[in-house]
Design a protein around this ligand. Structure first.
Ligand code: NAP
Length: 274
């Protein structure tokens, strides 16, 4: 039996979630609840795999005929992209994958839903993205995904700021070439003149962290979006709310990805418990 009471049988698909360490991940309980709610006959399990064992583990999973999919989180997202046989345009552009589909002949196709999850989290909260003047501060793994998805979603302008400036300049060149309709530039983390400001750095995970942008330069009604999930309310979110901004927390980026992963893996089509 799963935690939700559904019986696991020989027909049940397995969604394997790879991470290291795995004790902190909430994917098994979140996805098992989602599968049960949708009547999908798949069970999610967590696998704690050290980086040195990733290639052998992934190779072994190719032979699992009842593999419903592979979920991936830190520290494996970039490494697993190189182990896939094929990547979607998003995963190829971002350089990492967090959802892997197994084809019937054992090929693995990697997708990245971080950025599309972020955008869906905004639109689900009635925050328009197309036409926005966006500033993304932080172009690490998650920031790259967010920037790519914002360009795909049709922001008018996109400014990329990063502590290591060369990374922002490289990404701006790449995104600008791929999205000629979007004015992409690297720049300072100055929120003035932007309608959507995203904190995609890890600044804010600790109360003592400096703020990623100067809140005094935030205009009222600017959308300020976090991707940090813990703490749920960061110092930036408090400061932005004090300036009269529209504040989006980090959790919807993750919860929106459940539907995107289920859609990508084609679950719920022939996997039903009903
Ligand atoms: N909500 C979600 O679904 C979701 C999904 C993925 C990640 N996240 C969260 O997003 C955050 C970033 O994750 P990640 O995977 O992108 O991490 P990452 O690849 O390590 O990138 C960290 C980013 O923060 C910047 N940074 C770190 N310390 C800084 C400092 N002291 N001053 C200025 N910039 C600093 C880094 O700049 P440099 O390039 O200069 O080092 C880089 O841009 C984490 O809190 C993670 O939990 C949330």
């Amino acid at each position: 039996m799963t935690a939700t009471g559904a019986e696991i049988t020989g027909r049940t698909g397995v969604y394997v979630h790879l991470s290291h360490p795995s004790t902190h991940v909430r994917t098994p309980q979140t996805f098992n609840r989602a599968f049960a709610e949708r009547g999908i006959d798949v069970v999610a399990v967590s696998a704690d795999v050290a980086p040195a064992d990733l290639a052998a583990t992934v190779d072994g999973l190719r032979g699992w005929r009842n593999l419903a999919g592979i979920g991936v989180t830190m520290p494996h997202k970039a490494a697993i992209a190189a182990l896939c046989d094929e990547l979607t345009p998003a995963a190829a552009a971002i350089g990492s994958a967090n959802a892997i589909k197994r084809t019937e002949d054992g090929r693995l196709i990697g997708e990245n839903t971080d950025g599309s999850g972020f955008v869906r989290g905004l639109t689900d909260h009635a925050i328009p993205v197309a036409g926005a003047h966006a500033l993304v501060v932080g172009v690490g793994g998650a920031g790259r995904a967010v920037a790519w998805a914002l360009a795909e979603a049709g922001v008018a302008t996109l400014t990329l700021a990063n502590r290591t400036a060369a990374k922002a300049e490289d990404l701006a060149a790449q995104l600008g070439a791929a999205h000629p309709g979007v004015a992409v530039a690297a720049g300072p983390p100055d929120p003035s003149g932007h309608t959507l400001v995203v904190n995609a750095t890890s600044l804010g995970m600790r109360e003592s962290d400096p703020l990623p942008v100067d809140p005094d330069r935030l205009a009222p009604r600017t959308v300020v979006a976090e991707i940090i999930m813990e703490p749920r309310e960061t110092p930036l979110m408090r400061a932005a709310a004090g300036r009269g901004c529209v504040v989006q927390e980090g959790l919807p980026m993750l919860t929106s990805q459940i539907d995107l992963v289920v859609e990508y893996l084609g679950l719920g089509k022939g996997e039903s418990r009903a």
